[in-house]
Design a binder for this molecule. Structure first.
Ligand code: LRH
Ligand code: MN
Length: 388
């Protein structure tokens, strides 16, 4: 079998969902640096996302974040996306910016605040009904900063109660993806801090409740691919928020900080059947391009996932299995590293050309003049951001 035959089919099935918020301004607590040509509204964010799909052919959906992407007519926004050849993907709730949520949203001691938060989550499902989205992505900034501040088990009860109400509201072809995060913005407890807590909440509800792995949400040194293997095996891996980091939730381009990690992750995805679209694993990017041009960065990120996936598809499964069964430690590792060490960029260029795409999507994007055009078109008006 040629490399193209081993890699082609799997790459053709690969679909990477883009985050609308990557096309708005973002930053750190120190500074949010505006950039020329940044989108000013959800329509322009979708237009930018469509450029990534235009040059990669692999990013057909864009996830929305509510209220950052609130519009009067979500049907019109979905039609706008369709006209540009993309679709609306996951709907992300936001119960982490309203002043009422200082002590938590669905886990807040106040029943009024908990009700308000749940109503927002239910509003997001209403939006999914209009956009035709399958996934509701739930991330909670809920937690505490000091021991004794609140009762850990009681907050888990409140979380479970909220998730159950949302679960019951979901349609038969809808699901929620529960995202966990070790710390930030809370620094003593997060109410969904790790995969185990997310998994426990999801198995308590049913098949429409799945876990999403944000690659930036773990303690340093965490073996994320182990979590991938376990959740896939349990049928509870709903998807990924891909990004990379050197220290914390840096939200850098996937594969930029650690190309070997995304390769190991995509190998476990392949091994666990997660590349089969029927498995329902959502491959989403969740990144912030604080200092780099946003559309080009998203194109580069999609290419990084394609490269990691191609290398994973090049792992000689038979040779690996034999070496593993023989207890041939170095042999097995060598088979694995051979795939990682393979330069797949020429092959990916050929496969893109075979699909009528430019072998170098980033260069093609720069030649398109899109960036200069939007810099001119969007010279006035407020640029989109997190509103934090
Ligand atoms: C939280 C998170 C979550 C999103 C937000 C933009 O850190 O990863 O997925 O809601 O970033
Ligand atoms: Mn995330």
């Amino acid at each position: 079998m040629t490399a193209a035959e081993r890699v082609g089919p799997g790459l053709h099935d690969l679909r990477i969902e883009l985050p609308s918020w990557a096309f708005g301004n973002s930053g750190t607590r120190f500074k949010v640096f505006p950039q020329p040509g940044v989108a000013r509204n959800p329509y322009e964010k979708v237009a930018d996302a469509a450029q990534v799909n235009r040059f990669t052919g692999t990013a057909p959906t864009v996830a929305l974040h509510i209220p950052w992407d609130r519009v009067d007519d979500y049907g019109a926004l979905a039609r706008h996306a369709a006209e540009l050849g993309v679709g609306i993907g996951a709907i992300n709730s936001n119960v982490f910016q309203d002043p009422d949520y200082m002590l938590g949203s669905v886990t807040n001691p106040s029943k009024r605040v908990r009700r308000k938060a749940i109503d927002h989550l239910l509003e997001c499902v209403d939006i999914m009904d209009v956009t035709g989205s399958r996934d509701l992505k739930l991330w909670f900034s809920d937690g505490t900063n000091y021991p004794g501040q609140d009762d850990i088990a009681t907050r888990q009860d409140r979380m479970a109660e909220a998730l159950a109400e949302v679960y019951d509201r979901l349609g038969s072809d809808q699901r929620f993806l529960l995202e966990y995060k070790l710390f930030e913005p809370a620094f003593y407890t997060m109410d969904v801090p790790d995969w185990g807590t997310a998994y426990a909440h999801c198995i308590g509800l049913g098949p429409k409740a799945q876990v999403v792995i944000d690659t930036g949400h773990h303690a340093p040194g965490t073996n994320i691919e182990f979590i991938v293997a376990v959740l896939l095996r349990a049928g509870k891996l709903g998807g990924f928020d891909f990004n990379s980091r050197f220290y914390a939730d840096d939200d850098l381009m996937v594969g930029a900080a650690d190309p070997f990690q995304i390769f190991r992750i995509m190998w476990e995805v392949r091994r666990g059947g997660g590349l089969d679209p029927a498995t329902g694993v959502a491959f989403m990017l969740d990144q912030c391009h604080n200092i780099e041009p946003k559309v080009a960065a998203q194109i580069r990120s999609v290419m990084n996932v394609q490269e990691a996936t191609a290398k994973a598809l090049l792992v000689d499964v038979d040779a690996l299995g034999k070496a593993q069964d023989d207890g041939d430690v170095l042999g097995a590792h060598a088979v694995f590293m051979d795939a990682f060490a393979t330069d797949v960029r020429p092959l990916l260029g050929e496969l893109r050309a075979a699909d009528g795409l430019d072998p170098d999507p980033v260069a093609a994007y720069h030649r398109s003049g899109y960036h200069a055009a939007v810099c001119a078109d969007r010279a006035d008006g407020a640029q989109a951001g997190w509103g934090a």
